[in-house]
Design a protein around this ligand. Structure first.
Ligand code: KG4
Ligand code: ZN
Length: 335
């Protein structure tokens, strides 16, 4: 079977998503972003599980309908095994197990971080192996050497916070509404990135540290607002632009190093933060400067979605990589 039809479920955080893929072509990709967390300024795990429970059936029904696929045509059901929030993962995995059992078809467990990278194989142009992928999300910051669809090696990563957290926490300190990263991105577009200086963390090899910049923004705001209550309000765009520039510079510095040392010029970005307009633009500039071929995912495949779970499941299906009914979610699953 080279044209498998697979239903894929994503439920690792606050997006309930289902997609249908046939022969490696995504036919539908329904994403329900849970609004319940907005009032808390961040994802509340218990509420995420409950919302997944409420959303999962309608989201799956919509994905099948939009793909014009009947459940009897499915060859496998895939789900995100991890990493992610345990309660949230339990909803998707329990649903997928029951569905697979009921239809008597195979189950495929997918690694969410691998899936972010494999999102590059949904549409053209596709990266050539080996390539380097900077995977940047709310929970991860990694440089991955991708040797084949399912053969990946993490060669560098953050030693503390993820870059998405640095975006989100800075936004929160500035009083921007949740979700912070996209809001900071929008504000930054109107600001001067050279207005303020923030320190760039310097870790050995291809590793990162993002806890320092968070503290430096905190102290910067405390000092500036001491005698000037309107400082943030008057300078918010410049602060956002300056912090964003620093984060992007930090991220790409290690990619430049890895590219030089490993002799790899195929460079991709993936994960929620790859939606950042500053990162996307700067990567294009680096492509010209360093003679890279760069791969930037379409917006709908940057943040969490089941389309990426579906493409990962497609390659796993072709390899015969199926899960048993005894598989359990793994909140800290590694690549
Ligand atoms: O991959 P993702 O949807 O979920 C995780 O697996 O974590 O990534 C979410 C992260 C959040 O930190 C969010 O603020 C960030 O991606 N993000 C952005 C942008 N869009 C999403 N950060 C900066 N600029 C954006 N445009
Ligand atoms: Zn993600």
């Amino acid at each position: 079977m080279t044209e498998p039809t697979i239903l894929a479920i994503e439920s690792s955080c606050d997006e309930t998503s289902a997609a249908v893929i046939r022969g490696g072509k995504v036919l539908s990709n329904i994403v329900n972003t849970q609004a319940v967390h907005e009032q808390y300024g961040g994802v509340v795990p218990e509420l995420a599980s409950r919302a997944h429970q409420q959303n999962i059936i309608p989201v799956v029904a919509q994905a099948l309908l939009q793909a014009n696929v009947n459940k009897s045509e499915l060859n496998a059901v895939a789900f995100t095994r991890g990493p992610g929030l345990l309660g949230a993962l339990l909803v998707g995995s329990s649903f997928a197990k029951s569905f697979a059992l009921g239809l008597n078809i195979p189950l495929i467990d997918v690694n969410h971080m691998q899936a972010h990278i494999l999102a590059h194989f949904i549409d053209d142009p596709k990266p050539q192996f080996p390539f380097l992928c900077l995977t940047v999300s709310g929970g991860h910051t990694q440089i991955v050497l991708v040797k084949d669809h399912l053969d990946m090696e993490v060669i560098g990563q953050t030693t503390d916070d993820a870059v998405g957290e640095a975006f989100d926490k800075t936004a929160k300190m500035l009083g921007l509404p949740y979700p912070g990263g996209p809001m900071l991105d929008k504000m930054a577009a109107q600001g001067n990135p050279k207005a303020f200086e923030f320190p760039v963390g310097n870790m050995p090899a291809y590793n990162y540290s993002f806890s320092g910049i968070k503290t430096s923004v905190l102290y910067f705001l405390r000092d500036k607002t001491k005698n000037d209550a309107a400082f943030v309000q008057e300078n918010i765009a410049d602060i956002c632009a300056s912090v964003q520039k620093t984060l992007i510079k930090t991220l790409l510095k290690k990619v430049v190093l890895a590219s030089k040392e490993l002799g790899v010029k195929e460079i991709a970005i993936a994960g929620g933060v790859s939606a950042n307009s500053g990162l996307r633009r700067t990567l294009q500039e680096y492509a010209a400067k360093y003679n890279w071929n760069v791969y930037i995912p379409a917006f709908q495949y940057c943040t969490d979605n089941a389309g990426m779970i579906a493409i990962a499941a497609h390659y796993q299906y072709l390899k015969g990589d199926f899960a048993s009914q005894y598989v359990s979610p793994e909140p800290r699953l590694k690549i």
